[in-house]
Design a protein around this ligand. Structure first.
Ligand code: AMP
Length: 174
């Protein structure tokens, strides 16, 4: 628990960002702290050391930060999920609901081979919409989603329920 408290102290709450009513969890103090960053990556990787993934998938853009670090820690590859028009090769895409309107995510169509075990990573789960869309892309390509790991879970928004039956691990819960 003491270890988690040291991480909590490195998350900065910014009220009303990017719009009124949102309490933004700023992870940059943790990212710039050498022991905080390595502890966060180690604790996020630990649950997956026995049943190791073949690939880690992270969504633009904060999923890239923890995703590549976790992939290295677990000795597996990394696959980026990106906003439309960013990936250069042929893509598969998925449209998903936001509070107002929709958004789209893309992945290279050859990024995952059928049957590969995939760990999804992000900095934070709120409603779970982003993670659910990424899971659906992984499954479309035949990947087997081992679970989702995030640094921060906003429990009141019940993103975990949206992802069921996918296993969700979070380090810090608010
Ligand atoms: P959601 O799809 O609702 O689970 O939102 C998750 C995505 O939005 C993650 O990639 C987060 O980086 C970002 N996000 C949502 N809410 C917050 C928040 N309160 N503070 C920081 N990032 C957030």
């Amino acid at each position: 628990m003491i270890m988690h408290e040291s991480l909590t102290a490195l998350i900065r709450d910014i009220p009303d960002f990017p719009k009124p009513g949102i309490r933004f969890k700023d992870i940059t103090p943790l990212l710039s702290d050498p022991s905080g960053l390595s502890l966060a990556v180690e604790l996020m990787a630990n649950p997956w050391r026995d049943d190791r993934p073949d690939l880690v998938v992270g969504a633009e853009s904060r999923g890239f930060i923890f995703g590549t670090a976790l992939a290295q820690s677990l000795s597996c590859g990394f696959v980026p999920v990106r906003k439309p028009g960013k990936l250069p090769y042929e893509t598969v895409s998925i449209e998903y609901e936001l509070e107002y309107g929709t958004d789209t995510l893309e992945m290279h169509k050859d990024a995952i081979k059928p049957g590969q075990k995939v760990l999804l990573v992000d900095d934070l789960i709120a409603t779970g919409g982003t993670a659910k869309a990424a899971c659906d892309l992984i499954k479309d390509l035949g990947g087997d989603v081992l679970g989702l790991v995030v640094l921060i879970e906003l429990e009141a928004l019940k993103g975990r329920d949206l992802l069921e039956p996918v296993e969700v691990h979070s380090l810090l819960r608010y």
